[in-house]
Ligand binder design. Structure first.
Ligand code: ADP
Ligand code: LRH
Length: 485
C-alpha cells in the first residue's frame, strides 16, 4: 500500500508515549497508542530514571501500536530528552539506573572542567550553552566512581532503548550534540576537548545519522509485543527537541520556534553555528538538527515550574487553574524563567515567592496568582530568547511557532504572542512524535527534504493562530524590572 505505519516512541521528562503515524504521499495522521507517566525516583544515592519502567512502557506501547495497524509496523523510531545515559559493562549489561539530569551531583563540577578547558574555549569548540547537566559535566562528576571505571560503553537514553530492542549499538548525532563532546562545525566528536578532559570517546558507540537503520526488533521483542517481523528500527532525530523542531510547520526561513513542554526551548534554525563570545554570554546553544541544520536556542525552565507547583498543591484540575490565572492581574510579578535556580525539584511555590520578594515585587499568594506569575514569566523569557537569538544570529523573523504540550495552554500562547509582539502559530502538540515519524517515512522515500516534511505538516495538521494584542511596552518594563534597572 502507498500508506505506511510508523511507531514513534517519544519519551518526555514527564510522560512517555507511543504514537502511530500513518503516512502517505499527501497524508499524515497521528494517533496515540499508549501513554505512561515518567516518574523519577529518589533513592539513597540520588535522583534516578526508572529505565526498566520506561522500557516496559515502550513494549506495552509497541503492542498497542501493532493493534492499531493489524500487527504490522513498517518501522519504529525512538526519541527522548537529552544528555542522560546508561553505562554498560563488558558483557553489555546495564550498570545501575541512569542518573537524572536534575540530580545534584554536577554542582560545582563546571569550575573543575573550566580549570582545564576555559569556558570560552569550550564554547568555541562545542557551541553548547552552559548547563550543569551537559553529559560532559556528568561524566566529570562520575570520574573514578566504581560504575564508570567498570563501564565499557555509554549509550544515551534513546540509544539504550534501541539497543534493548534490537541488540545494536550506536550514538545518534542530534542527541550526541547535547553531550558537549561534539564540534558543531564538523558534526563529529570534539576530539581535543575530550582528550584534554580525559574523557574516553571509545565509550561511545559509532555515530549514526537520523534516517540510518538501527537494527531489527529482536525475536523476543516481537513475541512480547505480538508484532509480525521483521520490524526495522530507524534512527530518528533522537533528541526530542530535534524531532520537534523538524516538525515545526514553517514555510520559509523567517521563523522562530518555541518547543514547550517540561522545558521551553526557544530559538532559530540556522545553517551554521554562532560561536561568538557574545552568544556564549547570552547562554545560547548550538545543537544539531536534521540535514546540516543547527538549533540555535536557549533553555527556559518551561512548564516544569507549573508542574512542580501543581504537584506541591495537590491540584488535579489544570483547566480550572488556568482559567482562574487568565483572570488574575497581568504582569504583577515576574521571575527569571531562565534561572538555573529553578532546576531542582521541590518547594516550587515558595521558591517563586522568594524570587518575587527578593526583586521587590508583590509576592503571589493564591495558586491562581502563582500560575499567572509563571505564565507571564515564561512569555517574558520567550520574548527575550526570540529577540536575543535574532540579534545574535543576524536572522530576523516575522512569526513564532509554538509546538509541544504547551500548545494546549491557550493563555501561554496568547501571552507569548503579546510579549513577542509577533503572531504565534500554535501546533502541533505532539511535534516530537511527528518529527520522529516523518524521519522514518523519509528514510523509506515517502517524503522529501525538511521543506517537504514541513509542507506536509502545514497541509495536514490543525494549527491555531494568536495575534499580538499590543502593549509590548508593558513587557519591556517587566523585563527591566527583572534586570533590576
Ligand atoms: P514533556 O514532553 O517534556 O514531558 P509535554 O510536551 O508532554 O512535556 O508537555 C507537558 C505540559 O503540557 C504539562 O506540563 C502541561 O503544563 C501542559 N499540558 C498538558 N495538557 C494540558 C492541558 N489539557 N491544558 C493545558 N496544559 C496542558
Ligand atoms: C527537552 C530536553 C531539552 C534538554 C533537556 C535536558 O525534553 O531534551 O532539549 O535541554 O530535555
Amino acid at each position: 500500500a502507498a500508506e505506511k505505519s510508523y511507531a514513534a516512541v517519544d519519551l518526555g521528562a514527564s510522560s512517555g508515549r507511543v504514537m502511530v503515524g500513518r503516512v502517505g504521499p499527501d497524508s499524515l495522521e497521528l494517533a496515540e497508542a499508549h501513554r505512561f507517566p515518567n516518574r523519577p525516583v529518589r533513592v539513597p544515592e540520588g535522583l534516578r530514571w526508572d529505565v526498566l519502567g520506561l522500557y516496559a512502557g515502550v513494549l506495552d506501547g509497541l503492542r498497542a501500536a501493532g493493534a492499531h495497524c493489524g500487527g504490522r509496523l513498517d518501522s519504529v523510531g525512538i526519541d527522548s530528552w537529552a544528555v542522560d545515559y546508561g553505562l554498560l559493562d563488558a558483557d553489555g549489561a546495564l550498570l545501575g539506573n541512569p542518573v537524572h539530569y536534575r540530580d545534584p551531583r554536577t554542582e560545582g563540577v563546571a569550575e573543575k572542567v573550566w580549570a582545564t578547558v576555559p569556558a570560552e574555549e569550550l564554547y568555541a569548540a562545542t557551541g553548547l550553552q552552559y548547563a550543569p547537566f551537559n553529559t560532559l559535566y556528568q561524566l566529570t562528576a562520575a570520574r573514578s566512581t566504581a560504575q564508570l571505571d567498570e563501564a565499557r560503553r555509554l549509550l544515551l537514553m534513546p540509544d539504550l532503548l534501541t539497543y534493548w530492542l534490537t541488540g545494536e549499538q550506536g550514538t545518534e548525532l542530534t542527541n550526541a550534540s547535547t553531550t558537549q563532546l561534539i564540534d558543531p562545525r564538523t558534526r563529529d566528536w570534539a576530539y581535543d576537548v575530550a582528550s584534554r578532559l580525559g574523557i574516553d570517546l571509545d565509550l561511545f558507540a559509532p555515530l549514526r545519522q537520523p534516517g540510518d537503520p538501527a537494527g531489527l526488533l529482536r525475536g523476543e521483542v516481537l513475541e512480547e509485543t505480538g508484532l509480525a517481523g521483521p520490524v526495522p528500527v530507524t534512527a530518528v532525530g533522537s533528541h526530542d527537541t530535534a524531532s520537534a523542531v523538524a516538525a515545526v510547520p514553517a514555510s520559509g526561513e523567517r521563523f522562530a520556534y518555541i518547543c514547550t513542554g517540561t522545558w521551553s526551548l526557544a530559538g532559530l534554525e540556522l545553517d551554521a553555528p554562532v560561536l561568538t563570545e557574545e552568544s556564549r554570554a547570552a547562554n545560547f546553544t548550538n545543537e544539531l538538527g536534521l540535514d546540516g541544520t543547527v538549533r540555535y536556542l536557549r533553555n527556559i525552565m518551561g512548564l516544569w515550574l507549573l508542574q512542580e507547583c501543581v504537584r506541591s498543591w495537590g491540584e488535579t484540575d489544570l483547566g480550572a487553574l488556568l482559567l482562574k490565572a487568565s483572570k488574575a492581574p497581568a504582569l504583577r510579578s515576574v521571575v527569571d524563567a531562565g534561572d538555573a535556580a529553578f532546576l531542582a525539584p521541590g518547594r516550587m511555590p515558595e521558591r517563586i515567592a522568594e524570587a518575587c520578594r527578593l526583586s521587590g515585587q508583590p509576592v503571589p499568594e493564591s495558586p491562581a496568582e502563582v500560575t499567572r506569575c509563571i505564565l507571564d514569566s515564561l512569555a517574558l523569557a520567550h520574548r527575550k530568547a526570540v529577540q536575543d537569538a535574532q540579534r545574535l544570529a543576524g536572522h530576523a523573523v516575522d512569526v513564532v511557532h509554538v509546538v509541544g504540550g504547551g500548545t494546549r495552554n491557550a493563555l501561554l500562547c496568547q501571552l507569548t504572542a503579546d510579549a513577542c509582539g509577533l503572531p504565534v502559530v500554535a501546533g502541533p502538540t505532539e511535534a516530537a512524535a511527528l518529527g520522529n515519524v516523518l524521519v522514518q517515512a523519509r528514510a523509506h522515500g515517502l517524503v522529501g527534504d525538511l521543506a517537504g516534511m514541513r509542507r506536509l505538516l502545514v497541509n495536514t495538521q490543525p494549527l491555531t493562530r494568536y495575534e499580538p494584542r499590543g502593549g509590548t511596552e508593558r513587557w519591556h518594563a517587566a523585563q527591566a524590572r527583572l534586570a533590576g534597572d
